[in-house]
Design a protein around this ligand. Structure first.
Ligand code: KIV
Length: 274
């Protein structure tokens, strides 16, 4: 088997690398990508983990929640992301209802995503109710990233995108779920929108890295939705999103300038023609 077939040897970031980064106190970076070019830029920039998040349901498909995106659509996007990546670890989100019904179906669906996309790991949302399924999936050789706190696939149960783990009971549940996910074999856990103090307690208690989004500075790593941090989504600006660009404005301006140039006959010039 050659390297171009497996793409394993040419990759530098593995779950083991992430584990040792935590031990050394090196912060881990993770950002989302749903397409080839974005994945290429992220990989070239040196991000350790590229997540093909089911947030593509919101960002790319314009849905209100992450529930409608299908496994086939995730496979399509993960394949094209994977093609662009040489160094980062590519993680693909398992979709709503692709792993919750039963362990057998979860294993089959996870296996299918790994086989058809060539990605390196999968992310599943949830704690105790999914722990045994995760244990079985990891046992057969599929690395799993957990996801606790605000788990968007459960938005209809939560009823809002408010911070989770604020009250004592939910905080204790998140803490014990994190311990259980580590025991079940997860190589990392995303902590979404929970109090910084709770994320600190979880991070301290675990040997595997925590990756925070709206969970404060004590996590071992941070993740953002790339389109949010580039300022492409103007309607959504929670305080945990730091914007590094105002791309929505820049893109609109570029389109407006193009329209103006065409209408005024200043594009194309002779130099831009054959
Ligand atoms: O789908 C996604 O983009 C995610 C991140 C927000 C962690 O799950």
């Amino acid at each position: 088997m050659n390297n171009s077939e497996t793409n394993i040897d040419s990759k530098h970031i593995t779950t083991k690398v992430l584990y040792s980064m935590k031990q050394k106190g090196e912060k881990i970076t993770m950002l989302t990508a749903y397409d080839y070019l974005t994945a290429k830029f992220l990989d070239q920039a040196g991000v350790e983990i590229i997540l093909v998040g089911d947030s593509l349901s919101n960002v790319i498909q314009g849905n209100e929640t992450t529930l409608p995106v299908t496994l086939n659509e995730m496979i399509y996007h993960t394949k094209i992301v994977q093609k662009a990546v040489k160094n980062a670890l590519v993680v693909s989100d398992m979709t709503f209802m692709s792993y919750q019904v039963g362990t057998k179906e979860a294993i089959e669906n996870c296996g299918r995503v790994m086989k058809e996309t060539g990605c390196n790991a999968l992310k599943l949302e949830g704690g105790h109710f999914i722990a045994e399924t995760i244990r079985r999936i990891v046992e057969i050789g599929i690395p799993i990233m957990g996801h606790l706190g605000l788990t968007p696939q459960s938005i209809n149960k939560f009823g809002s995108y408010k911070t989770r783990g604020v009250d004592k009971e939910e905080a204790e549940q998140i803490f014990s779920d994190a311990l259980l996910l580590e025991k079940s074999g997860c190589f990392a856990i995303v902590l979404e929108k929970i109090p910084s103090k709770l994320a600190q307690k979880v991070t301290k208690a675990l040997k595997i890295p925590t990756i925070g989004i709206g969970a404060g500075k004590h996590c071992d790593g941070q993740v953002l939705v790339t389109h949010d941090m580039l300022g492409m989504i103007e309607e959504f600006h929670p305080r945990f999103v730091r914007r590094y660009m105002n791309l929505a404005k820049d893109i609109r301006n570029a389109f407006k300038r193009y329209i103006k140039d065409v209408k005024s006959n200043s594009f194309p010039t002779d130099e831009e023609s054959y």
